[in-house]
Design a protein around this ligand. Structure first.
Ligand code: DGJ
Length: 729
């Protein structure tokens, strides 16, 4: 890992483990261009790739053709209004109303380590394992400065970027658009992968060619949403799971985003990601700065699995924080699908008594414990215990649960307010709404104006009071509706365009307070299932609820799409009861366990009511979790076969970093008549090592397991699963 500046070629080269990223500076004015991102280079100068010498377009030799230059130059951070007619990364409006910005290099700095991003989640690193390049670009007319920051990490093929804009003039400017990263790539007939979906169908993989024009994904929901995701992969059309060039782009942000690719007239592709400019406008007063969120760019020469490894390693080692980052999480049982709103202390204790005997380690009390919350039409914001449901209060319940040897966790939804709540009756202006209009309800609730300090502080004090009132060791932070009817009673007219982003900053501030004042609490984020499973939230919580769909078969696709970017250690996954509450499907209890094992693992059912045979299987599943979770949490994950593609079966594996152990999970979705065994080629093992498959006498070379494979016998029935445990002999 190294960053160096080459004086003679006027270029910066960032070398990671196996990749290089090259930035060039051209012409007397100092335009900053993107020269290369790909397989690691030697010392050679590759700035010729910026093609500044082609045609009469060189600004130095023919200033009249500045527009031709700007129209094709691979700009590192393209600006709007001066003649680059492709998508702009940044558009700044002067106080005179003009939108023109020309950013050229002023200075640079290379240093060890990495600075935090004020108020925003971001990757972090030490002076030993992280290096940063900062390019300072200025517009000499507007007197604004942009600091482009690039960091690289030991052993990981990723470049993380961010942008900070500083107004050094004596008049305000307005930021209409500020992307976190932009990259101009030569087109090599790329495909793109986007993650699409809906509630209970999050993050489905969608691979299509990169066509001419603008394509991509965005959100205007105030969060990433179930439907869209701030991610795009660009990959060689021939790239597979294990071979070929893949570029992954992901935004460390939890609000409105835009991620796009723009294939243009010279067959180059401009890819960018950042805050969605729609609904965004930020007034920057003299002397103020604006920090845009961080974007992660990953390169893999080893197909999609290589891309996933880079994201997983980066997020596990340089994004997730807190005491649970590297620890096995307690096996929890959550009462949502067990009782919904219909519970009381006795019911919860019944569940806990039974669960504790089976080896389950924590009871999580979900929605419905506070205020007048007997259904989902009321009481959000009233964060005090409903004594009718919980006589004796929280302390009594938690103490009783603790006496059983179990931890206790609680559900909250801090960002919301029900019109039917004491909070709304006291502070109707705390809800986001447009004056004079009736704000649209979703799940009968409104959203609190988290841009306001007094709202943040009130919510924090209420929730902190609850957390201090008993021995609470886990919090599930939910968010069950998107933002709409954007209006804040506290922002001036010219600042209403800041509300979406200020909301996210307020929510981040609350999460930061919660995690720093209650460092012992395990935080799990959630949003109506998986609408906020993003890198921003991972900075605050080491795990996120993946989807409200707990059906083992639906989860194959949801978890496959999620694991394209995020480590298995972060994926909230539970065994639930059947028929499944979302799709009505009945699957074997055993299979539900195998699928949940690929995530955080827990239960979401009424353990006092499930079939006895299922209940009897829980101690075995608990033992399975304890046996494999270290491997699942820390190993390299490989997609082996996808049910989404073959419509028959699914298979993935996790390999220990030192290649001494692996766990293969095979799920036969559809049974097949008269079928022979399936031959599965394993991945990621050491070819020369000798391995044993647990339960077999003989040994195999790693090369045999990967090239000849293993045979998995036909399992009788649908939705059957099998684990194959491989250890070095
Ligand atoms: C949505 C979550 O995803 C569920 O798990 C549950 O907590 C409900 N909200 C409660 O309202």
């Amino acid at each position: 890992m190294a960053i160096r500046y080459n004086e003679s070629s006027r270029s910066f080269q960032l070398d990671t483990k196996a990749a290089s990223y090259v930035i060039g500076v051209v012409d007397a004015e100092g335009f900053v261009g993107h020269a290369y991102f790909g397989k690691k280079l030697g010392e050679d100068d590759v700035t010729y790739l910026m093609r500044t010498g082609e045609g009469p377009y060189t600004p130095e030799t023919n200033a009249r053709d500045r527009l031709s230059f700007l129209d094709s130059f691979p700009m590192e951070y393209p600006t709007g209004g001066i003649g680059d007619f492709r998508e702009s990364a940044i558009v700044v409006r002067s106080s005179g109303g003009h939108r023109a910005l020309q950013l050229t290099l002023d200075s640079y700095e290379i240093f060890k380590g990495k600075k935090p991003l004020e108020g925003l989640p971001a990757t972090w690193g030490s002076e030993e394992d992280t290096e940063t390049l900062e390019l300072v670009l200025t517009d000499k007319v507007l007197k604004v400065k942009a600091i482009l920051s690039y960091s690289i990490f030991e052993g990981i093929d990723a470049v993380v970027r961010s942008v900070k804009l500083i107004n050094e003039s004596d008049a305000p400017v307005f930021i209409d658009r500020i992307m976190s990263a932009s990259m101009d790539m030569d087109n090599r007939d790329y495909d793109k992968i986007l993650l699409t979906g809906s509630w209970a169908r999050e993050r489905r993989i969608d691979r299509t060619p990169v066509n001419y024009g603008i394509q991509g994904m965005s959100s205007l929901r105030g969060e990433e949403g179930h439907q869209t995701h701030p991610f795009m992969a660009l990959l060689d059309r021939t790239a597979t799971e294990d071979a070929g060039d893949v570029y992954g782009v992901n935004l460390v942000y939890s609000g409105n985003f835009l991620t796009l690719a723009d294939r243009g007239q010279f067959d180059t592709v401009r890819v960018m990601t950042g805050i969605n400019p729609e609904g965004f406008c930020w007034k920057l007063n003299p002397g103020e700065c604006f920090q845009a969120p961080e974007a992660v760019l990953v390169y893999s020469a080893e197909g999609l699995n290589g891309m996933s490894h880079a994201f997983h390693d980066l997020y596990r080692e340089h994004l997730i924080r807190g005491q649970y980052r590297d620890r096995k999480r307690p096996i929890l049982i959550n009462n949502w699908e067990a009782t919904y709103f219909n519970f009381n202390t006795e019911k919860l204790l019944d569940i806990a008594r039974q669960a504790s005997k089976l080896g389950i380690e924590m009871l999580v009390m979900d929605d419905g414990w506070f205020g007048n919350r007997f259904d989902d039409n009321r009481a959000l914001g009233d964060w005090f215990v409903n004594e009718e449901k919980l006589p004796g209060g929280l302390k009594y319940l938690v103490d009783e649960v603790n006496k059983l040897g179990m931890k206790f966790g609680i559900w909250v939804e801090p960002e919301m307010i029900s019109p039917d709540s004491e909070l709304y009756r006291a502070h109707p202006d705390w809800a986001i709404q447009v004056p004079g209009r009736t704000a649209g309800l979703a799940r009968n609730q409104l959203v609190l104006d988290m841009s306001r300090r007094e709202v943040q502080d009130h919510v924090f004090d209420m929730i902190a009071g609850v957390l201090r009132s008993a021995n609470i060791e886990y919090v599930k932070w939910d968010m069950n509706r998107p933002l709409s009817d954007l209006g804040s009673y506290s922002l001036s007219a010219e600042r209403q365009g800041e509300l979406y982003h200020r909301y996210v900053l307020g929510m981040y501030r609350l999460q930061e307070r919660l995690t720093s004042e209650f460092p012992h609490i395990l935080l799990e984020n959630c949003s109506g299932g998986g609408a906020r499973f993003d890198a921003g939230m991972l900075y605050y919580s080491p795990q996120i609820w993946c989807s409200d769909d707990t059906d083992a078969i639906e989860r194959l696709a949801i978890q496959e799409g999620t694991a394209l970017i995020y480590p298995l250690s972060a994926m909230g996954a539970h065994v639930s009861d059947c028929p499944n509450h979302t799709v009505g499907r009945t699957t074997p209890f055993e299979t539900r366990g195998y699928v949940a094992l690929a995530g955080t693992f827990g239960y979401e059912l009424d353990v006092t009511k499930i079939p006895e045979a299922d209940r009897n299987m829980i101690p075995e599943q608990v033992a399975m979790y304890h046996k494999y979770n270290d491997l699942v949490r820390t190993g390299d994950y490989y997609r082996v076969a996808s049910y989404q593609q073959n419509h028959m079966y699914d298979c993935w594996m996790v390999v220990k970093k030192d290649r001494s152990e692996a766990l293969v999970t095979f799920i036969q979705v559809m049974g097949r008549a008269n079928a022979h065994s399936r031959r599965i080629l394993l991945k990621g093992l050491c070819p020369d090592k000798t391995y044993r498959i647990e339960g077999e006498e003989r040994t195999y070379l790693g090369s045999t397991l990967m090239q000849a494979g293993v045979l998995v016998g036909n399992l009788w029935g649908d939705f059957k699963g099998k684990l194959i445990h491989i250890v070095e002999a």
